[in-house]
Design a protein around this ligand. Sequence first.
Ligand code: ADP
Length: 164
Amino acid sequence: MRSKVALYPGSFDPPTYGHMNIVERGLGIFQKIIIAVARNTSKKSLLSPEERVDLLRKLFKGRRDVEVDFFEGLLVDYAKQKKTNVILRGLRTVADYEYELQMSFSNKNLNPRIETIFMMTESKFSHISSTIIKEIAYFGGSVKGMVHPLVEKTLKTKLKERTR
Ligand code: ADP
């Protein structure tokens, strides 16, 4: 099957300019990208899956080539449901590589038709990670230039709620 649709799965807690860059560049290759927000992640999250989906939908509002959805359970099952065999992921560091390699092997074992395509980060986004952004925001630092202003605002509100 030749796929024109790629799944871009992740936690997106919160979505960053690094994630958005992967989507934009991915659209240079694929006709459509489905951003799939993991509902069941073992990572401790700041934003709920609903808040993350809501933010991503706002960030890509009006874009017919970008769909934002939740997924739970196995990614290979979700891919089948979405009738695609392509998973798009971003790579920044060697640490990313090791984790991504394991994940891609696991997905391939579960379904040999699944292909994971990796896109290297652009150097200006290479230092951006959701984890670092949460830490900076938590300690009151500025995350300007790393996330969209809408995300910045949501983080501020969320952290204010938490410290109340
Ligand atoms: P996960 O929890 O599944 O790793 P993330 O939301 O952290 O999900 O990331 C989703 C994908 O986006 C991963 O492939 C990750 O490597 C990639 N990614 C995250 N930040 C960047 C960035 N700054 N540049 C390129 N790719 C990135």
